[in-house]
Design a protein around this ligand. Structure first.
Ligand code: PLP
Length: 414
C-alpha cells in the first residue's frame, strides 16, 4: 500500500472488534478511549482464548513430567519459543532466553555478561532517551566495577545526535545499550548503523526493543546486534514474560543469572553443573501460559494485513501531530523523521497530571509523568509530560476524543 493511501474502515473496525476491552466503558461512564499502549498493550481475543485453552486442557509443569499432559505442555511451551524466535527475525530458538520482561533481560546481560568481561575504567555508552530499565542496571554495575557511563545527546528533532555518538565511541567502550524506539519521543533509532559503528570500535551492543516490537518489524540478524530485549505485555500478550536474544558465543560464556531447578545438568552436595543456553538462564518454573499466549499474539499479528497496519499507524501518527498542533499552548516533544505514534507534550498552563485527570473524566486514558525516563525529562527541561501512545486498534475517533478532552481542559483553565 502506498503512503498516501487510506486504510479501509472495515479493516480498522475488524481490528478494533478483536480487542474486547475496547467495547467497555470507564469509571466515568464514558466509552474507553485507550491511548496508553506504550505502557501496556491491550490483548486480542486470540490471546485471551490461548490462556483459557491452556488452563482448561493443557495445564501441567514443563520440562519435568514424563506423563502425557506434561509433554503436551512442554511441546506447547517450546513451540511457542520457536514462534517468538521467528517473530524477531532469523533467530534460532537456542538464542532466545525467555525472561520475565525486558527489565530482567537487561539486568541479566549487565550481571552475567558485562560484569565478567569489563575492567575498571571501561565505558558504557547509553543515550539520554533511555527508560530507567536501561539506565539503572548499568549504574549499579558501574559503581561496583568502576566503569564510566556516557550518554549520547539528541538533536533538535528528538533524534539521536549521531555525530556526538561517533565521538563518544572509543576503544574504551565495552558496551553500547540503546533503545530501538523511544517510549517518550516515539523516535525510531537507526539501530543497524549504530550497531555497525559500535562494532567498529570493538564494543558489544544491547538494544532495548520494548517499544519497537509492538510497533515495527524487527529482525535481529539484519541489525546484527549482540543482545536484543523485549516484553510480551507491550506486544498484545500477557505480562510476566520477556525475551533476551543473544549471540550464541556470548550466551555460551555467560554465567547463570539465577540458579535453581530447570537450569542444572547435575547437582551434587558440593557443586553443580549447568545446562547450555537458553535453559541455563531459565531457573524455576517459567510463565508457561503467558509464553504460549505470546506466541498466539504473534500468530494473530501474522494473520493481519501488515501493510495496512503499518499505513494505518502512520496515518494516525500524522493525524495526532496535526490535531495537537492546533493547540498553540501545547508543545510536542519529539518530531523525528522516523517515529511511531507515541506523542508526549506539555501545556503552557495545565500540569500533565491535571490534563490526564480531566481526560480520564472523558474516558480518555493517557499517561502523565516522567514515563520512567527522568533523565530525558531533565534533559528536555520539563518536570513531566502527558503522553498519548497509539496502536493499530486506535482510530480517528480516539484522536477526536483526545482533542475534545483537551478543549474541555483549556476551558476549565481559561
Ligand atoms: N524499555 C522501554 C523503552 C520501555 O518503554 C519499558 C517499559 O515501559 C521497558 C524497557 C521495561 O519494560 P518491562 O517493564 O516490561 O520490563
Amino acid at each position: 500500500m502506498k503512503e498516501n493511501e487510506s486504510v479501509s474502515e472495515s479493516h480498522i473496525a475488524q481490528w478494533r472488534a478483536d480487542f474486547p476491552i475496547l467495547r467497555t466503558s470507564t469509571q466515568s461512564g464514558k466509552p474507553l478511549v485507550y491511548l496508553d499502549s506504550a505502557a501496556t498493550s491491550q490483548k486480542p481475543q486470540a490471546v485471551l482464548d490461548a490462556l483459557t485453552q491452556f488452563y482448561a486442557s493443557e495445564n501441567a509443569n514443563v520440562h519435568r513430567g514424563i506423563y502425557g499432559l506434561s509433554e503436551l505442555a512442554t511441546d506447547a511451551y517450546e513451540s511457542s519459543r520457536r514462534t517468538i524466535a521467528e517473530f524477531i527475525g532469523s533467530c534460532y530458538p537456542d538464542q532466545l532466553v525467555l525472561t520475565h520482561g525486558a527489565t530482567e533481560a537487561i539486568n541479566m546481560v549487565a550481571a552475567s555478561y558485562v560484569a565478567t568481561v569489563c575492567k575498571p575504567g571501561d565505558e558504557i555508552l547509553l543515550t539520554v532517551m533511555e527508560h530507567h530499565a536501561n539506565i539503572v542496571p548499568w549504574q549499579m554495575l558501574a559503581e561496583e566495577k568502576e566503569l564510566i557511563i556516557r550518554y549520547v545527546p539528541l538533536d533538535e528533532s528528538g533524534a539521536l545526535d549521531l555525530e556526538a555518538y561517533a565521538k563518544l565511541l572509543s576503544d574504551k567502550t565495552c558496551m553500547v545499550a540503546f533503545t530501538h524506539v523511544s517510549n517518550v519521543l516515539g523516535t525510531i533509532n537507526p539501530v543497524k548503523t549504530m550497531t555497525e559503528m559500535a562494532h567498529a570500535v570493538g564494543a558489544k551492543v544491547l538494544i532495548d526493543g520494548a517499544q519497537a516490537c509492538p510497533q515495527i518489524a524487527v529482525d535481529v540478524s539484519l541489525i546484527d546486534c549482540d543482545f536484543y530485549v523485549a516484553s510480551a505485555h507491550k506486544c498484545y500478550a500477557p505480562s510476566g514474560v520477556g525475551l533476551l536474544y543473544g549471540r550464541p558465543d556470548l550466551l555460551e560464556m555467560m554465567r547463570p543469572y539465577q540458579t535453581g531447578g530447570s537450569m542444572i545438568e547435575t547437582v551434587e552436595f558440593e557443586r553443580s553443573t549447568f545446562l547450555p543456553p537458553p535453559m541455563r538462564f531459565e531457573a524455576g518454573t517459567p510463565a508457561i501460559a503467558e509464553t504460549i499466549a505470546w506466541a498466539a499474539a504473534f500468530r494473530y499479528l501474522q494473520s493481519l494485513d501488515l501493510d495496512a497496519v503499518r499505513l494505518h499507524k502512520l496515518n494516525l501518527q500524522r493525524l495526532l501531530h496535526d490535531r495537537l498542533q492546533g493547540f498553540p499552548k501545547l508543545k510536542i516533544h519529539g518530531h523525528a523523521e522516523k517515529k511511531v505514534p507515541v506523542v508526549s507534550f506539555t501545556h503552557e498552563v495545565i500540569h500533565p497530571h491535571d490534563l490526564a485527570t480531566i481526560l480520564d473524566s472523558e474516558g480518555v486514558a493517557v499517561r502523565a509523568g516522567h514515563h520512567c525516563a527522568m533523565p530525558l525529562h531533565r534533559y528536555l527541561d520539563v518536570p513531566a509530560t502527558t503522553r498519548a501512545s497509539l496502536s493499530f486498534y486506535n482510530d480517528a475517533t480516539d484522536i477526536d476524543a483526545l482533542v475534545k478532552g483537551l478543549e474541555i481542559a483549556e476551558e476549565l483553565f481559561a
